[in-house]
Ligand binder design. Structure first.
Ligand code: AMP
Ligand code: MG
Length: 325
């Protein structure tokens, strides 16, 4: 399929409440700088409401641990202190950093949370970006090998004071997984949790799949592909989420660790897979890797599929989704 450029891919989650007599609880909130949305189904309406509240609480909890904008967050503490001496961190933060390093190795450095060693110099709202000098002097601090994790005491250490980390490419997925796990422990078997571009679905809608449509980028009333999903996660990364344009060049929030500049091979990436932490990290990774290397990676990963919109507006599918064309 071929489209004109400047298409934006976004997701339309179609609600199919029809035929479902029992109660759904729907809740919306704000956390992690984005919109949280959950739909919970359970015979016991009170339980469904409790679980929906819990979803919002979990998002706020992860925000308090991992936000770079909250000065008292564990992440902010690590960024201030981890180059002086190892800092002991929570199991949750340890797990997310560990998984981030796993993805750095898998993607040969395309996914790298130390992108923040330069990343903090951008302010997309204020149209501020690092100078050539700043890029040249700091790009070498972007290297996940500058992070030392010690599982014996749950600590993290940075090899250089110029190293910083940011979990914006993976923490929402982690939070979504955590919310789904807690809901399942409470006995809920049918739930949708969304944090910005990251969603996970548990179960189906009473014997029918949840239908997630990929919206036609130019026409919000048209759907270019409908995916019947149950027990699945889905993440989208796009260059239209946080950006500014300058002299015809788009500066946006997904950074190529090799240059410290925004990655510009694609416009958006959608990843499907079992867990949201993985689809989140992979949507950011494939965005940086570009269409060729990105699709090669997806085809090597069992249970993972993806859809890319390239710079020319072409839609590219991983092998398992070819029949959507
Ligand atoms: P997402 O919307 O999930 O693709 O995540 C984008 C966010 O990931 C950005 O706002 C940054 O916080 C973070 N990020 C940007 N570039 C990278 C990178 N190369 N590796 C890991 N995280 C990144
Ligand atoms: Mg992501």
């Amino acid at each position: 399929m071929r489209f004109l450029p400047f298409f934006l891919l976004s997701l339309l989650i179609t609600s199919m409440h029809a035929g479902f007599a029992d109660p759904w609880v729907v809740r919306d909130g704000q956390a992690m700088g984005t919109t949280i949305h959950t739909e919970v189904w359970h015979q016991d309406l009170q339980l469904a409401e409790q679980v929906a509240d819990e979803v919002i609480n979990i998002m706020n909890h992860v925000d308090q641990l991992m936000s770079p904008y909250i000065e008292s967050s564990e992440l902010s503490l690590v960024n201030r202190q981890a180059s002086q001496a190892p800092v002991q961190i929570s199991d949750e933060l340890f797990k997310v950093i560990e998984r981030s390093i796993f993805y750095s190795e898998l993607t040969h450095g395309a996914f790298d949370i130390t992108y923040a060693s330069i990343g903090y110099m951008y302010d997309f709202r204020e149209a501020i970006r690092p100078s050539r000098n700043q890029l040249d002097s700091h790009v070498r601090y972007i290297n996940y090998k500058n992070i030392v994790l010690d599982p014996s005491d749950n600590s993290v250490f940075f090899r250089d004071p110029n190293v910083r980390i940011d979990l914006g490419g993976i923490a929402k997925g982690f939070a979504v997984d955590l919310a789904i796990e807690k809901a399942a422990q409470s006995g809920v078997e049918n739930i949708l949790v969304t944090a910005g571009g990251d969603s996970r679905i548990l179960g189906d809608r009473a014997g029918r799949p949840w239908v997630i449509g990929i919206r036609h980028p130019m026409d919000k009333n048209r759907v270019i592909a409908k995916l019947p999903l149950a027990d699945e996660s889905l993440s989208t990364s796009g260059d239209y989420e946080r950006y500014f344009d300058e002299d015809g060049v788009r500066y946006h929030h997904i950074i190529d660790p090799k240059t410290g500049d925004s990655a510009r091979d694609v416009r958006s990436v959608t990843i499907l897979g079992p867990q949201a932490m993985d689809t989140d990290a992979l949507s950011t990774s494939v965005f940086v890797m570009g269409p060729k290397k990105g699709l090669e990676l997806l085809d090597r990963l069992p249970g993972i599929e993806g859809i890319i919109v390239d710079q020319n507006g072409n839609l590219l599918f991983s092998t398992g989704l070819q029949n959507l064309r």
